[in-house]
Write a protein that binds this ligand. Structure first.
Ligand SMILES: *Cc1c(COP(=O)(O)O)cnc(C)c1O
Length: 388
């Protein structure tokens, strides 16, 4: 095993595919300290700038004083605190669905849903570019797991033609490496026509999209109840940590009984639940954050277009620049870092071969000057290695 692993690591390094961690020394914000340097951060999912919001910090401090640090046990033993309970109620109310259930992470939520609700007579039909946790959840499920070409409705319909007792369409709301939004109007029509179920992973839509911040369904003015299973994380726009599934009472009751990644794990710290509650409140009450984010995205796209940068069609905070070759992306990312900018290189297998990219994320907290500097340095770095 060890010699094989050694070989695999060497192979990765040779292909410019080695992944590295940055050790941060400051809170998440537009300016990030790492390895003793200060950087302009264009890589975080803290789209609304809430991860280090004073109200969030205060909520966590206050709640840790009242509830301590550890939750002590799983939810079904003695780990389910009032703070968890209130957060679940507030999430359900916010989304106008019957109930919500907290999970420790989004990865576990997706794994929990896909491995507990379906059996081998059922069919899961997923977008090919869905998040790794959905793909893994599908593979671990007893149900048959198939994929359709990215956002390709004809391909989805072909997959739905297969015989199965229950069929579940599964899609990201906003695709994490491309930033494009799922065609939920079409998917909703197909769901109704074929009388199948829909699971929506709205990790990058929740809090950000829609006037109220209810996510990618609200973006299309579709009520959240259309998704039989709605899932989102609390660690992205909400600025906290953890995740939840929302939907009918029957869905939530079933998950509590059958979802092993819910049952057999320690509950999130109650103080974290309390901080997440404040995050939700800020999403609800401070719509101007979504407005600033939108303006920043538009400004970035305008400047990038003027400079002929290879933009994708994304209208969300995720604005990838596909450069293609692994070594090119690594070099450009490295040059940006030398210029004080963090824009992380994303390479296969996270994205398809030949589509290595800089995954730039814009937040509400960036200033016009930050965005101007980013585009200026992108042009310099890309020109240095490639004619664009
Ligand atoms: C981040 C992400 C997850 C996982 O959520 P965590 O809470 O970080 O585990 C799931 N789905 C999508 C689409 C994501 O982007």
């Amino acid at each position: 095993m060890w010699s094989k692993l050694q070989q695999r690591l060497q192979q990765r390094a040779a292909q410019d595919l080695m992944r590295q961690r940055l050790t941060c020394q400051s809170p998440q914000s537009v300016e990030l300290k790492a390895h003793g340097q200060s950087y302009l951060n264009f890589s975080s999912n803290d789209y609304l700038g809430l991860a280090n919001h004073p109200k969030m910090v205060k909520a966590m401090q206050k709640a840790s004083k009242n509830f301590g640090v550890g939750s002590g046990a799983s939810h079904l033993i003695v780990g389910h605190s009032e703070q968890h309970h209130l957060l679940e109620q507030e999430l359900a109310e916010f989304l106008e669905v019957e109930a919500a259930l907290l999970f420790s992470t989004g990865f576990m939520a997706n794994l929990g849903v896909l491995t507990s609700l379906l059996d081998k007579k059922d069919l899961i039909v997923q977008d090919k570019l869905n998040h790794a946790s959905l793909i893994d959840g599908g593979l671990a499920s007893d149900a048959k797991n198939v994929r359709y070409a990215h956002q390709d409705m004809a391909s989805l319909e072909r997959q739905l033609a297969q015989k199965a007792e229950s069929k579940l369409i599964v899609t990201d709301g906003v695709f994490s490496m491309d930033g494009d939004i799922a065609p939920l109007l079409e998917i909703t029509k197909i769901k109704t026509r074929y009388k199948v179920q829909l699971m929506l992973d709205d990790a990058h839509g929740f809090g950000v999209l829609g006037e109220q911040g209810c996510g990618s369904l609200e973006h299309y003015q579709i009520p959240t109840q259309i998704a039989d299973i709605y899932m989102a994380t609390l660690g992205k726009a909400l600025g906290g940590f953890g995740a939840f599934v929302a939907g009918s009472k029957l869905l939530i009751d079933s998950l509590i009984q059958f979802a092993r990644p819910y049952i057999y794990t320690t509950a999130m710290p109650p103080a974290l639940a309390a901080a997440n509650r404040i995050g939700l409140q800020l999403i609800r009450d401070e719509a101007e954050r979504r407005q600033s984010l939108k303006q920043n995205i538009q400004y970035f796209r305008l400047l990038a277009e003027q400079n002929q940068l290879p933009l994708m069609t994304s209208e969300t905070a995720i604005q990838p620049l596909v450069l293609g070759a692994n070594d090119l992306v690594v070099k450009v990312s490295h040059n940006l870092k030398q210029a004080g900018i963090l824009a992380v290189a994303i390479r296969p297998p996270t994205v398809p071969k030949g589509s290595a990219r800089l995954r730039i994320t814009i937040t509400a907290e960036h200033s016009k000057q930050h965005i101007e500097y980013l585009v200026e340095q992108l042009v310099v770095a890309i020109k240095k290695h490639k004619e664009i």
